[in-house]
Write a protein that binds this ligand. Sequence first.
Ligand code: FAD
Length: 288
Amino acid sequence: MRQIAIIGGGPAGMACAMQLKRYKLEPLIYEKDDTGGLLRNASIIENYPGFPFGISAEMLVKNFRNHLIKYEIDVRHQEVIKVELQGNNFLVETAEGQNIHPLLVIATGTKPKRIRELDTQEGVRDKVFYEVYPVRHLNDMIAGIVGAGDAAFDYAVNLSQNNRVYIFNRHSKYRCLPLLYDQVCNCNSITYLKNNVLSTLEKKDKGLSAKFFFHGEIMDYYLDYIIFATGREPQMDYLSEEIRNMLDTLIDKKKIFLIGDVKNDLYRQVSIAVGDGVKVAMEIYYQG
Ligand SMILES: Cc1cc2nc3c(=O)[nH]c(=O)nc-3n(C[C@H](O)[C@H](O)[C@H](O)COP(=O)(O)OP(=O)(O)OC[C@H]3O[C@@H](n4cnc5c(N)ncnc54)[C@H](O)[C@@H]3O)c2cc1C
């Protein structure tokens, strides 16, 4: 049997691949980056069963990767640019070429809601981020985080060990876990600012001048970089129009399977993504 394509090497894709291997099926993971997915952005995972004292996300990712190695899973570090239907199969295209697969598991998680105008603004765009992973190694920086949910607060905790951090919330209420909120409030290197609405971002020295409206006044902050944690949406840009139009049918026919954050709306958790991956691997096996 030709390889089952899994697009995305986050927790969902990795768990699915491992379970398929246990059935002696041959999965192939396409991953555009390092394996680990969004989990690489988290600090401590306290709700993954089996770790009563929590586990650092870095260690959990390492364990997942070792598990992939143990099962000798074929991971191609390539971005899937396009997927098209070819008869009863899928033609998966990356910059390195094309492959045909009989089944497709979509595990590409979510993408950030980007601020388009900042992506093109000269002197600013290289200081704007949507995840913490690319800047986590930097020390002694002044970091700004825009957002009020779990991701924003978790990013702040993550960066606070070696940096000064500001969280800017446009509203008065936070939306993160109370546990995270308490952690932020007890951390000397994090300043949490509510009712701050971003006005402009401009290049200043090696960083940014970030101006925020606060009760009718303009407040100006110097930041080395800024991270927007202002929402995410499912990532399936690479599917052809034909596949998108037939997605429900292809799912019903068990030709395409969606697992993890890409389909889980608000329920974005590692344990759910892993459960989806294992379940779909079993479905694939039992359908023969
Ligand atoms: C800051 C933060 C803290 C968190 N804390 C917790 C927590 O404490 N507990 C918990 O349970 N969950 C937590 N989560 C959520 C958890 O990380 C996600 O639910 C989980 O990673 C989802 O797994 P996934 O495999 O569905 O998607 P993802 O992890 O998003 O993986 C998707 C993968 O697909 C790849 N990909 C995307 N497009 C393509 C393409 N075209 N070609 C090839 N590859 C592609 C991506 O690079 C990525 O590796 C946290 C998330 C964040 C951001």
